[in-house]
Write a protein that binds this ligand. Sequence first.
Ligand code: MN
Length: 187
Amino acid sequence: MESEVNRRVLCQRAYAMKKHRATRLHYDLRLEWNGVLLSWALPEGPGYRAGVLREAIEMEDHRVANLLFEGVHETGPIMLWDRGTWEPHPEFEDIESCLRKGILRFTLYGEKLKGGWMLARTNRNAPRPVWRLSKLADSFAESTTDKSILEEQPNSIRSGRTMEEIVRDWTRPKNKCARQIKLFDEN
Ligand code: MN
């Protein structure tokens, strides 16, 4: 039993969902793997009802150091909307193969998003490959009568702040130094 627990811990890697108000508001899914963050931009955010497909545009890998960043980037304010760990479902543990084939099933252990999810590529020939993110049916999936989790839990999981508060705090004098250090390449 202990080895099973250890295996599960070892297999879990960092996960984050960012909320990013760039030219348009969108969400950014980050899955740590092999020393980088696999990244998808979600124009409508995640759908938490089973079977609802949400567009997920494949982005370049991001640096793990940026995982928990929250603040104002040159592209716009970024909120850490959810965080936790993830692991692929047993038959999807060969991540390289999954990325080649364009299909990945995995579990999120976030504070907001939990349970089974699927990423499936629908167009690899677009300027950026297009995938669909969907919630798999399980006890975590929202019922059809619920409001969207995006509306019910809109604030930061790191600080509880709204996007407006993140912007306000960033422009206060005490953050001048932080603003001047360009450590982050979030997009
Ligand atoms: Mn973004």
